[in-house]
Design a protein around this ligand. Sequence first.
Ligand SMILES: NC(=O)c1ccc[n+]([C@@H]2O[C@H](COP(=O)([O-])OP(=O)(O)OC[C@H]3O[C@@H](n4cnc5c(N)ncnc54)[C@H](O)[C@@H]3O)[C@@H](O)[C@H]2O)c1
Length: 253
Amino acid sequence: MQLADKVIAITGGARGLGFSVAQRLGEQGAALALLDMSAEALDRAVLELKRQGVQAEAFVVNVADETSVITAFEDIAKRMGPISGCVNNAGITDDALLVKASGGRIEKRMSLETWQKVLNVNLTGVFLCGREAATQIIEAGHEGVIVNISSISRAGNAGQSNYAAAKAGVHALTVTWGKELARYGIRTGTVAPGFVATDMTATMRPDMLERIASSVPLKRLGEPDDIAKSVAFIFDNDYFSARIIECDGGLRL
Ligand SMILES: NC(=O)c1ccc[n+]([C@@H]2O[C@H](COP(=O)([O-])OP(=O)(O)OC[C@H]3O[C@@H](n4cnc5c(N)ncnc54)[C@H](O)[C@@H]3O)[C@@H](O)[C@H]2O)c1
């Protein structure tokens, strides 16, 4: 897809990987609709993109809330015109072991609330935004691309029952939508990052991050733009659909 003057929605676009994707797609002429929770963070991001000569607008949304998502996509169409693409990037972590035991006694368990919170944002959020994106693209009668951001953890990762299950589900949605939506001229793709230097990984202990970086065959954490390049590839390649790009420096769980 040629991106010049196409409207692309990016969830979690105010910082981290989402912002990096916005910069890279913006360089190619796309107009970005940044969707995020925080109005201040969004304003900073939009200002920075405009400074770089990129067209961008802010939309405050909670991707886990159906009404909020529907309203945000309606606003995008009103203010910018119908979207041609959507990058489902917003995500959170809330790690815990399924159960933690000592001497045969359970000390802690992942709460239903912790499970549900991550599923709501990371999986239901992708479903809701993907549904609105597909609706808008089809009704506009033009081609489209939906990119979902999964994770290396989708293969299963200790301490991340909620996150791993959601991220596996995200790729299943990519494959399902690739099959369902091709007839409407919509392609899909997943990018599964390894460990990337953003605010999300900055919450991890520095010694742990160093250990992870040294176990990556390429010997470093990913940079946000490494992931943005993978997203841009999916937009660019008109024969790519329903498949996954693993961008993890060679580290597979
Ligand atoms: N950083 C990594 O190492 C890494 C690795 C694999 C996958 N990922 C995935 O990449 C995506 C982006 O991660 P990041 O590292 O940039 O994270 P980040 O925490 O830096 O940014 C995430 C953004 O999503 C927004 N967000 C969170 N919940 C939201 C909600 N309910 N509605 C709208 N916006 C919401 C946040 O406000 C934030 O701006 C996530 O889906 C994450 O799971 C990240």
